[in-house]
Design a protein around this ligand. Structure first.
Ligand code: OGA
Ligand code: NI
Length: 235
């Protein structure tokens, strides 16, 4: 009989962990989101995007026409809708994230979350590059929740670095999140969670998705006339 991976019941996960922790601490870290097999499949697809040269400098693809200056972020990224060839495992991850967020949104005091970005597959190549302290959405561009799914097996933060350090607004101490395989991190994308990626000395893979607050997004679209994100679909 094939071994079945034990994956969490998403309804319960959302109600018992994600919603309370987002409301109390502003972030939530969940291990074992997909299980070994589905996680492996995502990892292989992200590695392939890197191997085949489908990734560009995050530095150049960042906000604004020219992107942030050198030294701000050293990752390579590719935007994925999930419908591309060889991206079915990433698509399954997106479905699962949509499901978690849809369930959470019901309990997040009246927030309407009906859209998200594409998936950003990212690789910090391991040359000591990181991402300086920043806020994902400092200016109300509509992004409400950042979801990062980490893909790194046997990550040894002491040697490999690459820790995500969050500086929760109003708290004196920082929180370090190690980018371990099959770990999902969710946090408010606004000024409540400044964060940085410490220098990474091994190849570090992750997939990030931003969910939009519908009202803030509509307002931002009016202001910036930016293209729409993808519809959130729940499986
Ligand atoms: C980002 C970011 C963190 C990480 O892409 O905005 O902060 O842990 N990434 O990869
Ligand atoms: Ni960020």
């Amino acid at each position: 009989m094939p071994l079945l991976d034990v994956v969490p019941d998403l309804e319960r996960l959302a109600a018992d962990r994600v919603v309370p922790e987002l409301l109390e601490r502003g972030f939530c870290c969940v291990d074992g989101l997909l299980g070994e097999r589905a996680g492996d499949a995502v990892l292989e697809q992200v590695k392939d995007l890197h191997r085949t040269g489908a990734m560009d400098d995050g530095r150049l693809a960042g906000s604004g026409p020219a992107g942030p200056p050198a030294g701000v972020r050293g990752d390579k990224i590719a935007w994925v809708s999930g419908a591309e060839r060889e991206c079915d495992a990433i698509n399954a991850l997106l479905k699962r994230l949509d499901h978690v967020i849809t369930v959470c949104a019901r309990s997040l005091d009246g927030r309407s979350i009906t859209e998200r970005s594409k998936a950003m597959a990212a690789c910090y190549p391991g040359n000591g590059a990181g991402y300086v302290k920043h806020v994902d959405n400092p200016n109300s561009d509509g992004r409400c929740i950042t979801c990062i799914y980490y893909l790194n097996k046997n990550w040894k933060a002491q040697e490999d670095g690459g820790v995500l350090r969050i500086f929760p607004d109003g708290k004196s101490c920082a929180v370090d999140i190690e980018p371990h395989f099959d770990r999902l991190l969710l946090f408010w994308s606004d000024r409540r969670n400044p964060h940085e990626v410490l220098p990474s000395y091994a190849a570090r893979y992750a997939v990030t998705v931003w969910y939009f607050d519908s009202d803030e997004r509509a307002e931002a679209r009016r202001r910036f006339a930016r293209p729409a994100g993808c519809e959130v679909r729940s499986s």
